[in-house]
Design a protein. Structure first.
Length: 555
């Protein structure tokens, strides 16, 4: 027990000095000695432990070399809490792997990216080893070897190798989200073996086999571009979206209930104001009553009245004044309590709303990968530039934005961006740019999707509108540019005649318009023929609170 406690202390020291390589080197001898001590302890325990089935007289039958080895027993079921921790860690680290690989492709010699990739693969391997998920351990280990080799300058990762690493990252993400790991491993053992064999060629400096380049692995996972609201999301790496606050997992249902209760508290706090106003009216009535008593005393002073009656009247006036003073003091206290309650309820409501706010980065982490894969599929070079990653967005809006943004980006890739030959003929640089930006403007959330492609020719759009008999030729000639662009959001409307596997036919923009309207927002499209296309989505800052006016009639 003493040795184990010493080991825990050393682990704590290592975690404290994780960024100090010199400390690790200085303590290496002490750590090696402790490891040897633990190894000797384990070996001694294993040697002195009584054999299993010691109460059985019959010995175990020996197996000969000709017999087939028994299949390895399946791992015992893992504690659900441990699996939940593993999935959270794996999602975070795999998100880092995916984002850093995409960034590394732009600069293959970036040592900081390689360091982050090596650490992420090592973390995934360690987390999988804790819960005994052997396929993840194997794949993460060979990925780590490849990153270490690249760090040491033994190789430079090319696009084909990054393709393989990204596909393996997708495979690991699929394993981490798989509810029945034992069944998955039985059915996909060959897939894991193939990926491991292909990855081993990277640190060895060998060329990838053709099957690895084509990605024809059985059970290969497709890259994901988004997740359901109740699944763990994949955050951006710390370098892109730093998060310094501690975080806990709270269900969306709990947040909705909390939002409802906070709203009720704010409404109930407003009840004090009318009550205080009624007490103020009572104070005015009491002042009028005391004034009438004063007038009565003045009138009786001019007549012959019993002295005892005048004393009683004076005492009544005095008692009424004391009551008015007491009421005034209580009224001041109530008004102060009303101000504090209203302020506290408003702060509570703002904090609850803030708890439903997420950075824009949390909703767009899959778009970089999508743009890379689709542009390569189309034979185009496209770069996605995302701005406003830290812009705060309501959780509900961020969830609903995924589908329209997905359609707009796919449309830009498929229809808007020209082929490399066409861009060269137009004098444009070959790497096209799609810009996605989120910002707060004039009390609204603005989302801008813009590309530097061919844009949309207004005359062609006008002719299409007339051919579809949506307006007459005379009316079409009088339509302004903004009015013309509104037609592209109609259901089934498209300027293309063929169905595209990437973006569909007249579906995407209809979805964009419907979702934006559902969120009580508006969308505008602006075309610069030959220069590009711009979509501007204006949305409310939050869907959690809707201001309303209640009117009571004939009460």
């Amino acid at each position: 027990m003493d040795i184990l406690l010493q080991s825990v202390d050393r682990l704590h020291d290592i975690a404290t000095h994780a960024d100090d390589d010199s400390w690790i080197q200085q303590q290496q001898a002490t750590l090696d000695e402790l490891i040897d001590t633990i190894g000797a302890l384990v070996q001694t325990t294993a040697t002195t432990a009584p054999p299993e089935n010691s109460g059985t007289d019959q010995p175990e039958p020996a197996t000969t070399s000709k017999e087939a080895p028994a299949p390895a027993p399946e791992s015992p079921p893992m504690d659900p809490a441990m699996m939940e921790l593993f999935r959270a860690e794996a999602n975070s680290q795999l998100g880092t792997l995916s984002a850093e690989l995409l960034a590394l492709e732009q600069n293959p010699s970036d040592s900081a990216r390689l360091e982050a990739l090596m650490r992420a693969a090592h973390s995934v391997k360690g987390a999988a080893r804790m819960v005994n998920i052997e396929p993840v351990v194997r794949l993460a280990h060979v990925m780590e070897d490849g990153f270490v080799a690249a760090q040491n300058g033994k190789l430079t990762l090319d696009s084909a190798q990054i393709d393989l690493l990204l596909k393996t990252t997708d495979l690991l993400l699929g394993i981490a989200c798989e509810p029945d790991l034992a069944a998955w491993e039985r059915n996909n053992r060959q897939t894991v073996d193939d990926h491991e064999r292909w990855l081993q060629t990277i640190p060895a400096g060998e060329g990838l086999p053709d099957e690895a380049r084509s990605g024809a692995a059985a059970g290969e996972q497709q890259p994901e571009t988004g997740r359901a609201n109740d699944e763990p999301t994949t955050p951006l790496p710390a370098a892109s979206a730093p998060h310094t606050d501690n975080a806990i997992r709270v269900s969306a249902e709990s947040l909705n209930r909390l939002m409802g209760l906070a709203g009720e508290v704010q409404v109930e706090a407003r009840w004090l104001r009318p009550f205080a106003d009624k007490l103020l009216k009572l104070k005015y009535r009491q002042t009028e009553f005391i004034g009438l008593l004063d007038r009565l005393r003045d009138r009786l002073a001019d007549t012959t009245v019993d002295e005892h009656v005048l004393e009683l009247l004076s005492e009544l006036i005095q008692r009424s004044g004391q009551g008015r003073q007491l009421l005034a003091e209580r009224l001041d206290e109530l008004e102060e309590f009303d101000r504090r309650s209203h302020n506290l309820a408003s702060r509570l409501n703002r904090e609850v709303i803030a708890s439903r706010i997420l950075p824009f980065a949390d909703g767009v982490h899959g778009f970089q990968r999508m743009v890379r894969d689709i542009s390569r599929q189309l034979g185009k070079r496209v770069r996605l530039d995302i701005q406003g990653l830290h812009t705060q967005v309501d959780r509900d809006i961020l969830e609903k934005l995924e589908a329209p943004l997905n359609h707009l980006i796919r449309n830009a890739l498929d229809h808007g961006i020209e082929s490399p030959a066409d861009r060269a003929a137009a004098g444009k640089p070959e790497p096209a740019v799609i810009r996605l930006e989120a910002l707060h403007s004039s009390g609204m959330l603005s989302i801008i999707v813009e590309d530097d492609g061919r844009g949309m020719e207004l005359d062609k759009l006008r002719d299409k509108i007339v051919r579809k008999k949506l307006v007459t030729p005379d009316m079409a000639r009088d339509l302004s540019e903004a009015e013309l662009m509104d037609f592209i959001f109609l259901p089934g409307f498209s300027t293309r005649d063929e169905v595209s596997e990437i973006s569909g036919l007249g579906v995407g923009l209809d979805v964009v318009h419907s979702v934006v309207q559902e969120m009580h927002g508006i969308v505008h499209a602006i075309s610069n023929p030959g220069l590009g296309m711009r979509f501007h989505l204006q949305l409310p800052l939050t869907l959690s609170v809707m201001r309303s006016l209640m009117v009571k009639i004939a009460s």
